[in-house]
Design a protein around this ligand. Structure first.
Ligand SMILES: [Zn+2]
Length: 97
C-alpha cells in the first residue's frame, strides 16, 4: 500500500509522518505543516478528519518520550497523538548536524 520513500512527504498534499505508537497502541504521528485535521484512514479507507486539539494532560509514557512540557495534540475522534510539524516549531533551529 504505502510507498515508504522519503520523497513521499514532499508531495503537494501535506502528509503526517508516522512515528510509532505507545504501549497501549495509540498511534503517534508528526503533523504536516498547516495540518488541522486528522488524516488517518480506517480499514475501509474512510478519512478520520477529526480535529487536532492541544493535549495538555498526557500520560507518563508521552512525558518520558517528549518531556512534560511538550507541545502535543490529539485527534478528538480517534485519539491519535500528533506532534507539531518541524517546520512550525520555533525550536527547530538547524544546530545539530
Ligand atoms: Zn483521527
Amino acid at each position: 500500500m504505502a510507498n515508504p520513500t522519503p520523497e513521499a512527504v514532499e508531495r503537494e498534499i501535506p502528509q503526517a509522518i508516522d512515528l510509532g505508537e505507545l504501549s497501549d497502541g495509540t498511534k503517534i504521528r508528526r503533523r504536516a505543516p498547516r495540518m488541522r485535521a486528522c488524516s488517518l484512514k480506517d480499514a475501509k479507507g474512510k478519512l478520520c478528519a477529526g480535529h487536532l486539539k492541544r493535549y495538555y494532560f498526557f500520560g507518563e509514557e508521552l512525558q518520558q518520550k517528549f518531556g512534560a512540557e511538550a507541545e502535543i495534540y490529539r485527534c478528538e475522534k480517534c485519539k491519535t497523538i500528533y506532534l507539531p510539524s518541524e517546520e512550525e516549531s520555533p525550536r527547530s533551529q538547524i544546530l545539530s548536524f
